[in-house]
Ligand binder design. Structure first.
Ligand SMILES: *Cc1c(COP(=O)(O)O)cnc(C)c1O
Length: 485
């Protein structure tokens, strides 16, 4: 009798003999060492990536997609392993090129730092520093004394401190000055900034009770006054950073609110959000008073971010009355929100840029980008077109490009209503969808983030650094070799 094997059994047997060809991890590790992958990459990482790759091979064999031999082939397995090792060890948090035209782009790390700040951070980070050490007295000191003096000067105020970020600054101020008591806020200012920062919740988190007054569009001085009682700790003003109520609106002048606070001996605190140190009105950017202007109106404390309009590292800056700031400095939460030495080094360098109003715009990238004029931007867009053309060589004919007017944004909750006029480079590859091209640019090893408008990729020179043009040229050349789909 002849034994007849079913198709299923045959297939099983074939699979088993296929899988039996898979080498052991140790064997591959030895081979990897011979090929120099160890010590070029750490041994445990090589072992881990070999296991992953073997699992992939196995899965493909089981799906009957490819034979083991083909996947273990010299030209397939080892280059693939090497690439996996390179990818695994490459920084995951890395540089991207921001061609979106959103200057203070929270998802892309907000403000790029001035060169002086980067140098100072590196110098402090690499070794020891006098972070909390007074070198003249040879005794312990407070970590933010140096930036405090600078901030007092730049904000025309008597005291200052810095914490981790502005959300922390607001929380600290409320916790230190209003815990167990009431905080009066206009209903028009009960905002959510994003990233779960909501005024009602932060007031509660600070241990205070929110007393909302007025209406969404209009709040009068009388509304504030009616809400004041023995439990009131302070009046809080909040910059409605990322939205505006327009039309039939109204709110008391800051001076009047301050006078009301004085009448009842209550401090007025303002969460400025962005907080700019430079008057941007001459550049046509209206609607953001400087911190010094805010302080001049008699506000007791103001809080703002280090990495929005200021153009520095992430930080929460609190300026104002010395007696109040003493309470904040002594509060246990201050320790929890403590600012790091690298941030301090960067912040000090950025603040020093502001000491010379004649050069600050050139030195602080955020300010330079925000104030760039359309004539210069148009030239930049044209230059970008030339760079792309020359990197694509003969193939450039396959690209469609035009320089046209567009709109950039300040971002970061700053100047929400301001549309910044710009000139951008519009690019498309006939036959390819803009979505597919955008994904390619965003996921390449040095990502380029662009906007899409009407199936065109839009490169806004406002947020592109001059030294990044060549890389964008290379990226566009790569777009041309994507298979047509
Ligand atoms: C951005 C912003 C915050 C949060 O500041 P971070 O520095 O991001 O913590 C708080 N309040 C206002 C009004 C803001 O605009």
């Amino acid at each position: 009798m002849v034994a007849v094997k079913s198709g299923g059994e045959l297939k099983n047997k074939k699979l088993q003999s296929e899988l039996a060809q898979l080498p052991a991890v140790d064997e591959l590790l030895r081979e990897g060492a011979k090929r120099g992958l160890i010590p070029r990459f750490p041994r445990p990482v090589v072992a881990g990536q070999i296991r992953e790759l073997l699992a992939e091979v196995k899965a493909k064999v089981l799906l009957n997609e490819r034979p083991v031999k083909a996947m273990l082939a010299e030209a397939v397995f080892w280059p693939r392993l090497e690439q996996k090792l390179i990818d695994f060890l490459a920084p995951a948090l890395k540089k991207v090129i921001n061609a979106s035209g959103v200057v203070i782009h929270t998802n892309l790390g907000r403000s790029p730092l001035p060169a002086a700040a980067v140098r100072q951070i590196a110098a402090v980070a690499a070794g020891y520093s006098n972070l909390e050490y007074d070198l003249d007295r040879g005794a312990r000191s407070i970590r933010y004394v140096n930036v405090e003096a600078l901030l007092c000067r730049l904000c025309a105020t008597e005291a200052a401190m810095v914490v981790n970020n502005n959300a922390g600054a607001v929380l600290l101020a409320l916790s230190a000055l209003a815990a167990g008591r009431e905080v009066v806020v206009s209903r028009g200012e009960l905002v959510e900034i994003g990233g779960a920062f909501r005024i009602p919740e932060i007031v509660t988190q600070g241990g205070a009770v929110l007393r909302e007054v007025g209406a969404t569009n209009r709040t009068h001085l009388g509304d504030y006054e009616a809400a004041i009682n023995e439990e009131t700790a302070l009046l809080l003003k909040v910059h409605t950073s990322n939205y505006r109520v327009t039309g039939f609106t109204g709110r008391p002048e800051m001076r009047d609110l301050v006078a009301l606070g004085q009448k009842y001996e209550l401090p007025v605190i303002e969460d400025l959000g962005s907080g700019n140190l430079l008057d941007l009105k001459p550049f046509g950017l209206r609607g953001e008073p400087t911190v010094a202007e805010t302080m001049a109106s008699g506000v007791a404390l103001a809080t703002f971010s280090g990495d929005k309009l200021l153009g520095g590292p992430q930080a929460g800056i609190i300026v104002g009355r010395k007696d109040l700031l003493e309470k904040l400095k002594k509060h246990p939460l201050n320790r929890a929100l403590r600012i790091d030495k690298m941030t301090l080094a960067g912040l000090e360098a950025v603040l020093k840029c502001y000491l010379d109003p004649a050069t600050v715009i050139e030195q602080v990238p955020t300010l330079r980008m925000l104030t760039a004029g359309t004539a210069a931007l148009k030239k930049q867009a044209q230059r970008l077109r030339r760079v792309i053309k020359s990197s694509c060589g003969l193939k450039a004919a396959k690209l469609e490009m035009k320089v046209a007017a567009a709109v950039s944004r300040a971002g970061g909750g700053a100047l929400p209503m301001v549309e910044l006029d710009t000139f951008a480079l519009f690019l498309r590859v006939p036959g390819q969808s803009a979505t597919r091209l955008e994904v390619y640019l965003r996921t390449r090893s040095l990502p380029v983030v662009v906007r899409i408008v009407d199936d065109w990729l839009v490169f806004d020179p406002r947020t592109i650094f001059p030294e990044e043009y060549a890389e964008i040229g290379r990226a566009c050349q790569e777009l041309l070799s994507l298979s047509l789909k």
